[in-house]
Design a protein around this ligand. Structure first.
Ligand code: AMP
Length: 120
């Protein structure tokens, strides 16, 4: 799938729409999900234009990949989730239930996150 520069996370990265920022570095932005599924729900996104995990893992630089992985762990620690536990989710494509076509990792925690998968 080609990257759509008008997706909502691209607009957040450009500053066209606001977000509640949790973390930022040269390669990564993280912010609270607008419709949290758990008491703590953060989205970690690369600043680069990648659609999905398979796109990101194939085309991002090692520095970008390291930055996103390290940022997700740091955010989990900084928000106090490392002790109580949390879940990382990266939805991709139609079967993955991805709504926003800019690669993102959900960090879910603050309460039991629920069963790993539910299917419609
Ligand atoms: P996914 O289904 O994995 O693509 O997840 C997209 C997530 O983005 C959902 O959990 C939405 O609640 C969240 N979301 C959509 N728009 C915004 C926004 N403007 N700010 C923060 N989170 C958003």
């Amino acid at each position: 799938m080609a990257y759509d520069p008008d997706n909502i996370f691209a607009k957040i990265l450009r500053g066209d729409i606001p977000c509640k920022k949790v973390y930022e570095d040269d390669h990564v932005l993280a912010f609270f999900d607008i419709a949290p599924k758990t008491p703590m729900h953060v989205l970690v996104i690369p600043k680069g234009a990648y659609v999905s995990h398979d796109d990101f893992s194939a085309n991002a630089t090692d520095a970008e990949i390291a930055a996103l992985t390290r940022a997700a762990g740091k955010i989990a620690r900084d928000l106090g989730l490392a002790e109580s536990g949390y879940r990382l989710i990266a939805n991709a494509g139609e079967n993955g239930g991805q709504e926003v076509p800019h690669y993102h990792v959900h960090i879910l925690g603050g309460a039991y996150v629920g069963p790993m998968v539910s299917r419609r």
